[in-house]
Design a protein around this ligand. Structure first.
Ligand SMILES: O=P(O)(O)OC[C@H]1O[C@H](OP(=O)(O)OP(=O)(O)O)[C@H](O)[C@@H]1O
Ligand SMILES: Nc1nc2[nH]cnc2c(=O)[nH]1
Ligand SMILES: [Mg+2]
Length: 183
């Protein structure tokens, strides 16, 4: 779905489809340069990372494996509870594997820092992180992130996988919602 068809729900478009795709292409080239000999396993975090995973993996110039985890930290609201639960674990044994976690956004960092230490405990060869978006002002924990698409302001955003009450994930852009949507 494109921004025009969102009517009055979006207040502002932060990132256009072209900006996102251009940046993903750059990240894919950088990632491929680092992993071309390493048989990388891309690990997506459901559900937000579905869209970035689909575009990023197809931008890679060679093949890569993919697996998924589902965790719960936000529920349907807009604030992280800080409590992370595994809803669906990986199907892949990551012992001695090079793992690249793919995320849509790092906000407080609580979700990824928990996932990272969970995966680190499974004896992988390496674990790195790729996120499309990061909010530097919202960080509650320090995380080492190798691949970042865009640093964005500390506002709640939707689109390109990111939801508000499960809606707007299919928007092709990233933007902020108009105030009336929340009421
Ligand atoms: O850095 P944090 O403050 O922890 O927030 C980031 C996480 O929050 C969102 O997921 P959410 O838990 O809302 O579930 P979803 O991916 O299914 O939308 C987002 O997709 C990240 O996974
Ligand atoms: N939709 C959405 N989910 C998030 N999870 C953590 N931060 C955000 C955000 O800004 N928007
Ligand atoms: Mg998520």
């Amino acid at each position: 779905m494109d921004a025009e068809h969102m009517g009055a729900d979006l207040e502002k478009v932060l990132l256009t489809e072209e900006q996102i795709q251009q940046r993903l292409q750059e990240l894919a080239e950088q990632i491929w340069g680092d992993y071309r000999d390493k048989d990388v396993l891309l690990v997506g975090v459901l559900r937000g990372a579905v869209v970035v995973m689909a575009d990023l993996m197809r931008a890679l110039p060679g093949t890569a494996e993919m697996d998924w985890m589902a965790v719960s930290s936000y529920g349907s609201g807009t604030k992280s509870s800080g409590v992370v639960r595994i809803l669906k674990d990986l199907d892949t044994d990551i012992t001695n594997r090079h793992v690249l976690i793919v995320e849509d956004i790092i906000d407080s960092g609580l979700t990824l820092s928990w996932i990272r230490s969970n995966l680190d405990s499974r004896s992988p060869a390496s674990v790195e992180i790729c996120t499309l978006l990061r909010k530097p002002e919202a960080a509650k924990v320090e995380i080492n992130v190798r691949y970042v698409g865009f640093d964005i302001p500390n506002d709640f955003v939707v689109g390109y996988g990111l939801d508000y009450a499960e809606k707007y994930r299919n928007l092709r852009v990233v933007g902020t919602l108009a105030p009336h949507v929340y009421s």
